[in-house]
Design a protein around this ligand. Structure first.
Ligand code: GLA
Length: 389
């Protein structure tokens, strides 16, 4: 944990409420490096926690009322612990309220009123999971303040439950899991059948991951996400009926899928083709990185993007352009959209000493074409969530 940033945040809390917090925690955003939409298909994903993090602190108060101050936006929200059975609010407090609901579901009886504050450097709506970071940071701080003890994976599932149950977004476990289990300096290879970190994987020596925010996002992201998931599940049912032992798309090979193509509708087939390809690419990627074959790893990133574009149809013209640019920028060996898609960010694997130049070139070309200045940064891989003590 970045102690001095946490101390500054706690000082701010003190300045705002005039009292020290009972508990505080931080949880990072995440980057999906490879393995797009494989998590809810029980597949594997290469991801990492990022340095950009969300800090959450609270002071317990008598009664049921809660106040939440967001230092980034300046907004302030009020709600009651008992609002968990009402419609979710439309602001950031929905993640905190949703977390309370998930904790109550898991038997937490003692959650009462509190004064809380949040501060975050995770970009909003960009594909770096600012909502998961808030869910986990709030969850850890409430856990500390109200004596709630859960296994680490259960914290991640509680965060996912906020999205699935409270907000109606049928996302997988990747975001919250990466925020909880991230390891400083390493990517993690996670298995979403067993919900465990299989191993850590290093970014190749001398390379960095550059993150470029296209600054564009569809406004139908949630419904598009849910239909993609439904298509994947429909494809999985078809495959399970045809092949003994198949439970999820994770169990299917591209060859098996091709053989079943004629019995499937267009969308389930194409979505499954992407997911099955991603599962295979994740396995290959780990082998390439082991063998230090960076060019082959970069190629897999480009292939992943191409499959997003034509099969999963979760790219945008802006993301396509960013990835296209990557093919001609010196020092860049691979690029793809990262996260749910339908806008947000692309990631680019770039030679470390050419990262500045790469960002400048891509930004200039992108601005010329779209009139928008993209925001880009070199990803530093941070630690998973933790409680401040
Ligand atoms: C979003 C979801 C994750 C995962 C990714 C795509 O980030 O929240 O569960 O499905 O999209 O890989």
């Amino acid at each position: 944990m970045n102690d001095s940033a946490m101390r500054d945040f706690i000082d701010k809390f003190n300045g705002f409420y005039g009292v020290a917090p009972t508990a505080a925690a931080q949880a990072p955003g995440r980057l999906e490096v490879l393995g797009n939409h494989t998590d809810y298909n029980e597949g594997r994903v290469l991801s990492c926690a990022v340095e950009q993090t969300t800090r959450f602190a609270l002071k317990t108060v008598p009664g049921r009322k809660c106040r939440l101050k967001d230092f980034r936006s300046g907004s302030q929200y009020e709600f009651s612990v008992d609002d968990i059975d009402r419609r979710p609010p439309r602001d950031g407090s929905k993640y905190v309220l949703g977390m309370i609901k998930e904790l109550v579901k898991r038997g937490a009886a003692g959650i009462g009123g509190f004064d809380a504050a949040v501060e975050s450097s995770v970009p909003l709506s960009a594909g770096m999971s600012s909502s998961a970071a808030l869910e986990i940071a709030a969850g850890y701080a409430m856990g500390e303040a109200f004596g709630i003890k859960l296994e680490k994976v259960e914290w991640a599932k509680a965060g996912q439950g906020v999205e699935n149950g409270f907000l109606g977004l049928h996302t997988g476990l990747l975001d919250q899991f990466s925020s909880v289990f991230g390891r400083r300096g390493s990517m993690i290879l996670s298995d979403f059948r067993t919900n465990e970190v299989v191993r850590t994987v290093q970014v190749p020596d001398g390379y960095v991951i550059v993150v470029i925010n296209s600054m564009k996002k569809h406004n139908l992201v949630d419904s598009e996400y849910n239909t993609r998931r439904a298509d994947c599940e429909s494809a999985a049912r078809t495959m399970a009926a045809a092949i003994p032992g198949v439970r999820a798309l994770r169990d299917v090979s591209t060859v098996q899928l091709e053989a079943a193509k004629s019995s499937m509708d267009r969308n389930p087939y194409l979505r499954a083709l992407h997911v099955v390809g991603e599962c295979e690419r994740v396995t290959k990627a780990v082998e390439c990185l082991e063998a230090n074959d960076i060019a082959a790893f970069g190629k897999l990133l480009f292939e992943s993007h191409e499959s997003s574009r034509v099969n999963f149809e979760n790219s945008t013209p802006e993301l396509d352009y960013l990835v296209e640019l990557a093919k001609s920028v010196p020092g860049c060996v691979g690029a793809r959209l990262s996260g749910g898609g339908f806008g947000g960010i692309s990631i680019h694997l770039v030679k470390a000493d050419m990262a500045d130049e790469c960002q400048k070139r891509v930004a200039a070309a992108y601005e010329m074409r779209s009139g928008v200045v993209p925001r880009s940064t070199v990803c530093s891989i941070g630690d998973g969530a933790s409680v401040w003590r």
